[in-house]
Design a protein around this ligand. Structure first.
Ligand code: GLY
Ligand code: MN
Ligand code: MN
Length: 433
């Protein structure tokens, strides 16, 4: 395990804290039903700093003249390990992950009280998990109980996540490597699902093809619930039932990607079940693809977060007017919001350890400026539900095209370029089924 990157992040956070002590717990395990748990996924903030994958763990960072990073984790337990598998235990974890010290998780409250004594600030993820909120309050009260012996409790509690968000929004090489792998595997999965599409198959059969590719490549899990939406289902933005039947003449929208070493890809592609776009589907698809190209053209250092969205929006609105779905000028339709009936989401989000990743979108009220190392999605769409003024040929056509984009020194790089999206390429690939 290369632990250097994690140790460097901890030192950067300690510097950003200036003084005080921070406690960053990992995610709790969650019961699914009775004695069965949901598959475990660590907390992204914790993992970003610790690189430690086990549940029941927390990181404590001490800022100031003698900076320290201390892990709290499960103790070795040979009997539990027979049932649940290997666990590091504090000594081996300290050694393997490069912490200054490590203790059993059961000592967290007591140690935190010692470390917080006479420090001005306690940094914590307030409101993230009731159990860790309660633990922090208990530790604070332990310090306060010693006030008569001259010990002061931290006067301020600050949310540590704001500091980590600013670090997470710019990715380092190690993170980009994981994101590139997640992107490559996810692109392969889209291709596999596309080539398995045929009338009378079910959406879940295509979902199974995606999962096959993810797991066969070693991905721990999808980065978010896969959307496989055919026909009218493509107009349901968070469709996850995936139980419909594919029909000749329908489009299929697949929004799915895997997670590698905690890092997400996020890809949406659309293709016709028959392998050939109808004229109306082609119009809408080409419109969304043009909107995406316009947006990607605005991803570069120095551009602001909103520019790709505004570029995509103008193309979509122009197209909606040309398709006679809305009336008036582009500016008037943007001003009135008339386009929202067909395009109701924004064009992207930060991408990283979380699919909707950490990081502010505005600073002091202004859209933030893109910088090298930032990673985002570009995902315009157009969703045409039946209704007044909608011609039959366009009814239930739902298209979104989503790629993952890295801001580089002189522009951007599309990390998900392996996933085909030109109409000709899709039709050619499907013709070879
Ligand atoms: N798959 C979630 C999203 O596209 O934002
Ligand atoms: Mn997305
Ligand atoms: Mn998506």
């Amino acid at each position: 395990m290369d632990t250097k990157a994690f140790a460097e992040r901890r030192l950067r956070l300690i510097e950003a804290m200036g003084s005080g002590v921070a406690v960053i717990p990992t995610a709790p395990e969650r019961i699914r039903n009775r004695d069965t748990h949901h598959p475990y996924r660590f907390d992204s903030y914790f993992y970003y700093l610790a690189g430690f994958p086990e549940p029941d763990a927390a990181l404590v960072l001490v800022a100031g003249d003698a900076p320290q990073s201390i892990l709290f984790c499960r103790e070795k337990d040979s009997e539990r390990e027979v049932w649940d598998g290997f666990r590091y235990g504090p000594d081996a974890a300290r050694e393997a992950f490069g912490f200054d010290a490590a203790h059993p998780i059961g000592m967290l409250e007591e140690k935190l009280a010692e470390l917080a004594a006479d420090r001005p600030v306690l940094f914590h993820s307030i409101g993230y998990d009731p159990a860790s909120d309660a633990l922090v309050v208990a530790a604070l009260n332990r310090v306060r109980a010693k006030e008569r012996s001259g010990i002061a409790a931290p006067a301020r509690i600050e949310d540590v996540r704001a500091l980590i968000d600013e670090m997470r929004v710019v990715k380092d090489e190690r993170e980009l490597e994981a994101m590139r792998r997640a992107a490559r595997i996810s692109a392969r999965a889209h291709r596999r699902a596309m080539l398995r599409a045929a009338p009378a198959r079910h959406e879940y059969e295509l979902e199974a093809e995606l999962l096959h590719e993810f797991r066969a490549a070693g991905a721990a899990s999808p980065a978010y619930p896969s959307i496989v939406a055919s026909g009218a289902n493509a107009c349901v933005l968070h469709y996850v039932a995936n139980d419909g039947v594919l029909r000749d003449g329908d489009l299929v929208l697949i929004d799915a990607a895997c997670e590698i070493d905690g890092y997400a890809a996020d890809i949406t592609r659309c293709f016709p079940v028959s392998g050939r776009f109808s004229a109306a589907q082609r119009d809408v698809y080409a419109l969304v693809l043009a909107a995406q190209a316009a947006a990607i053209g605005c991803v570069a250092p120095g551009r602001n977060w909103d520019e790709p969205h505004q570029a995509a929006l103008r193309v979509i609105v122009r197209g909606l007017i040309d398709l006679h779905l809305i009336e008036g000028s582009v500016d008037a339709a943007i001003e009135s919001g008339a386009y929202r009936r067909f395009y109701m989401h924004r064009t992207g989000h930060w991408l990283g350890l979380d699919v909707h990743d950490a990081g502010a979108y505005k600073r002091a009220g202004a859209w933030r400026t893109l910088a090298p190392g930032m990673t985002l999605t570009v995902e315009p769409g157009c969703y045409i539900r039946p209704g007044e003024g909608v011609p039959a040929a366009l009814e239930n056509v739902g298209v979104r095209i989503e790629d993952d984009v890295l801001v580089t020194a002189d522009g951007c790089e599309v990390l998900t370029a392996d996933a085909v999206k030109r109409i000709d390429d899709i039709e050619a690939a499907m013709a070879g089924r």
